[in-house]
Write a protein that binds this ligand. Structure first.
Ligand SMILES: Cc1cc2nc3c(=O)[nH]c(=O)nc-3n(C[C@H](O)[C@H](O)[C@H](O)COP(=O)(O)OP(=O)(O)OC[C@H]3O[C@@H](n4cnc5c(N)ncnc54)[C@H](O)[C@@H]3O)c2cc1C
Length: 463
């Protein structure tokens, strides 16, 4: 239907689609570059998956690391990203991140953002997950954007179509509570619509083997940006590497994350049958894939009082206190009682822990290849100190982290590798950064970095 006559029309230098971390960084940077900018968000509230996230950022060579005696460098970060990605990443994007992350961190800090803990995470050869309170960060970006006076944030505005004028993307059509609206664009459009973890249709299309993972992530993350760019001939990358993330309680809701990685602190993971099934020092994405194939898709994190004492309240992946307060843990004085309470095979669990402890005591790599707490970092612990704990957890489709092909300037490329004029993408909707497996903290980090780049580049086009 041609609805041009009834559309409400507005013109901006830059239109940003999506109000998670990448979209807010893009809008703020476009506005700071002097561009009249509008941010469209389809949900009533901003935040997307970002607001649900653990707030961990992968940064290297930071003051916070130095204070903890951790030696790191951009080169090491770059190599770790490529190793985690199985060298399937677009190296130009990884280089842009490694060389630009210090500057982006300063940009964030200049706005008052602080990092209160540094933890080890998946794919990191040294601890470099920098924690910040993510909702405060989103609020800081939102306020800073509005304070520039360069444009509005329009919620309940769902972008549905991009249109070209000649070869350039020049129009965004959105559905709003008042009907269709048209946004004419002088500079560029930034797609920052996140992933498609909430689209069963796209999961079935690209990664049917993962479609059994529990849907999670921002409620608006249904792949809209991917589809809009697809219609314009955009290239895709990384679709086959989508995997769920292991570590959340089966009843976890969208309001708060229940992701725990006690196995990186010294625990193990066992099936309902009481047996280990994976090297727990691997990425929670790899574990997520293996866990989907276990009975009931369930893996119990089992640990003892030593690990319990390492809990860091308020810090994602390490907050055991929160889960205990929420009543999510089984707790018992003996392994047998723990197994009975949690519904795990008791005699098998006892044997599993004995075998695990024996390997740790001898300092030998076990039958699954585990040699450390996480990614060859950290000494394993024997599970010996009561009380004992079990946390039932499943694989969640938290994020998809694949999609549009982009340049280091965040320009979207078509299927032939040519730039689609006036179209930019940043955050989880972009596909070539992570390769096979993302590093903890790299998704938020690259969301800010490429969001900021996209906003600046789109603004530059309008001059
Ligand atoms: C539980 C959980 C924990 C995580 N922890 C971490 C972590 O600690 N560190 C890390 O690096 N990564 C983490 N991740 C992944 C990370 O949070 C995401 O990859 C990242 O936040 C994505 O940011 P984004 O801006 O691209 O997308 P989002 O934050 O998802 O924002 C996209 C926005 O676009 C909106 N939108 C979608 N379609 C449209 C449309 N058509 N029109 C207008 N708006 C639209 C959505 O409603 C949403 O608000 C975690 C993810 C989850 C779910």
């Amino acid at each position: 239907m041609n609805d041009d006559a009834t559309r409400n029309r507005n013109t901006f230098d830059v239109v940003v689609i999506g109000g998670g971390i990448a979209g807010l960084a893009a809008a703020l940077s476009a506005a700071e570059s002097g561009a009249e900018t509008v941010l469209l968000e389809k949900q009533p509230l901003l935040g997307g998956s970002t607001a649900m996230s653990g707030g961990l950022f992968a940064f290297a060579d930071t003051d916070e690391q130095r204070e903890m005696g951790i030696s790191d460098s951009p080169q090491r970060l770059q190599q770790d990203l490529i190793d985690a990605g199985g060298a399937r990443n677009d190296v130009r994007l990884v280089q842009a991140y490694a060389s630009g992350q210090a500057d982006v961190r300063q940009w964030m800090k200049a706005k008052g953002i602080t990092f209160d803990a540094v933890k080890a995470g998946a794919g990191q050869s040294v601890a470099r997950s920098h924690h910040t309170r993510i909702r405060e960060l989103l609020d800081t970006f939102r306020t800073a954007f509005l304070d520039t006076g360069r444009g509005p944030i329009l919620s309940q505005h769902r972008a549905v179509r991009l249109e070209r004028a000649g070869s350039r993307v020049a129009v965004v059509v959105a559905e709003t509570p008042e009907g269709r609206a048209q946004f004419d664009v002088r500079g560029g459009v930034v797609i920052a619509t996140g992933g498609f973890s909430r689209s069963q249709e796209l999961l079935e299309t690209f990664v049917p083997a993962q479609a059994g993972a529990l849907p999670y992530g921002g409620l608006g993350n249904t792949g809209d940006g991917l589809k809009m760019a697809w219609r314009l001939g955009a290239g895709f990358r990384g679709m086959g590497y989508v995997t769920g993330t292991y570590g959340s309680h089966p009843e976890t809701g969208p309001e708060e994350s229940e992701l725990l990685c006690s196995f990186y602190m010294g625990g193990i993971i066992v099936s309902v049958g009481g047996q280990r099934f994976v090297d727990e020092s691997l990425s929670y994405k790899v574990i997520g894939d293996v866990c989907l194939r276990q009975a009931e898709g369930l893996g119990f994190q089992v640990f003892d009082a030593q690990v319990r004492a390492k809990s860091v309240p308020g810090v994602a992946l390490s907050d055991i206190d929160f889960l205990e307060d929420k009543g999510r843990l089984f707790i018992a004085d003996t392994v047998e009682e723990l197994a009975a309470a949690a519904g795990i095979d008791g005699p098998e669990l006892v044997k599993t822990i004995e075998r695990y402890n024996e390997n740790v005591r001898r300092g030998q790599v076990d039958e699954f290849g585990r040699d450390s707490l996480c990614n060859h970092v950290g000494e394993r612990l024997q599970i010996t100190e009561p009380p004992f704990y079990a946390y039932p957890a499943k694989t969640m489709m938290t994020s998809t982290m694949c999609g549009l092909t982009t340049t280091p300037k965040a320009e979207v490329l078509d299927i032939d590798g040519e730039v689609i004029e006036g179209l930019y993408a940043a955050g989880e909707v972009a596909g070539a950064f992570h390769g096979k497996t993302p590093m903890t903290g790299a998704s938020l980090g690259m969301g800010v970095l490429f969001g900021r780049t996209a906003g600046r580049e789109a603004a530059r086009r309008s001059r």
